[in-house]
Design a protein around this ligand. Structure first.
Ligand code: ADP
Length: 274
């Protein structure tokens, strides 16, 4: 009788345990599938420029008595090589932001410096399209984090704003401090007058290798990893990135990050977090 009573008490626990195990397995399978997808995507992305380079080098050899053709093929080889370099660099960046704890060497970082760096990085591309870039509100603001990662994140947003906008438009970068219950946040909004993003694509653009228009992305040297990097950097800093967009009108990507003073205060209140 007692054994029965005990087993009756244990059985519900047992089934809950089984359920937990099943859930764990499902999660493990999901992670494994994401990993497999990623490897398949990387392989595919690497194959495209490598295949092109191989064909082009053959074309150069065949055209050795036609200097003009050789020059043309060599130019295209250079473009493919640049694409390959960009992809490898972004893969390295992505793996860094996924594996390193950015708060290990966190420091107060001036927002005006981050913005100036991001604008500098895109100056050439913006110039060729006569896109004007303007920043405001950045004075005296500091965010708390890893300078290199934050610069990469903001740089990616500004680069996209320029890449996905037609000529003679404007890219604006506006920063401000916003009060929040957990401590003040710094909001940096990058606004363009570009092609915009549809409702259905908005949720997906932060996924690794997701592009609305792969041909357009490739034409601008895009890898499809930029926004995945931005999302990771924001999250690991205790912040977030969101997007507002109207198709054909433009987009605003907003990065919210802990303010340097607020983050320091929090760390002092909870010294164990240091
Ligand atoms: P990519 O290297 O292709 O730019 P991202 O991860 O930076 O990769 O962006 C993913 C996709 O999101 C882009 O291919 C593009 O379709 C879309 N996108 C990103 N930023 C913008 C923007 N400012 N305006 C319109 N579309 C954008």
């Amino acid at each position: 009788g007692e054994a029965l009573a005990v087993s009756a008490r244990v059985a519900p626990l047992g089934s809950r345990l089984v359920l937990l195990l099943v859930e764990d397995l499902t999660e493990a399978r999901r992670i494994e599938a994401v990993r497999r997808d990623f490897v398949a995507n990387v392989s595919h992305e690497l194959k495209t420029p490598v295949g092109a380079l191989s064909l082009l080098s053959e074309a150069v050899m065949d055209a050795s008595d036609d200097p003009e053709a050789v020059e043309r093929f060599a130019g295209r080889m250079q473009i493919e090589a640049t694409r390959l370099t960009n992809l490898v660099q972004e893969l390295i960046d992505l793996s860094r932001v996924q594996n390193d704890d950015p708060l290990e060497d966190a420091e107060p970082v001036r927002v005006d410096e981050l913005v100036a760096e991001a604008i500098d990085r895109c100056r050439h591309q913006a110039g060729t399209k006569q896109i004007t870039m303007a920043a405001g509100g950045t004075a005296d603001l500091h965010v708390w984090g890893n300078r290199g990662q934050l610069a990469a994140a903001l740089g990616n947003l500004v680069e996209n704003a320029v890449n996905y906008s037609p000529a003679r438009t404007r890219v604006g970068i506006a920063a401000r401090r916003v009060t929040a219950p957990g401590g003040d946040l710094i909001e940096v909004a990058v606004t363009d007058q570009g092609i915009g993003i549809s409702e259905k694509d908005k949720e997906r653009v932060f996924e690794r290798f997701y592009r609305v228009d792969p041909a357009r992305s490739r034409a601008t040297g895009g890898t499809g990893l930029g926004l995945a990097i931005v999302k990771h950097v924001a999250a690991s800093h205790g912040g977030e990135v969101t997007v507002w967009s109207a198709e054909g009108q433009g987009s605003t990507f907003t990065l919210r990050l802990p303010e340097a003073g607020a983050a320091r205060d929090r760390a002092q209140q909870h010294p164990d977090l240091d």
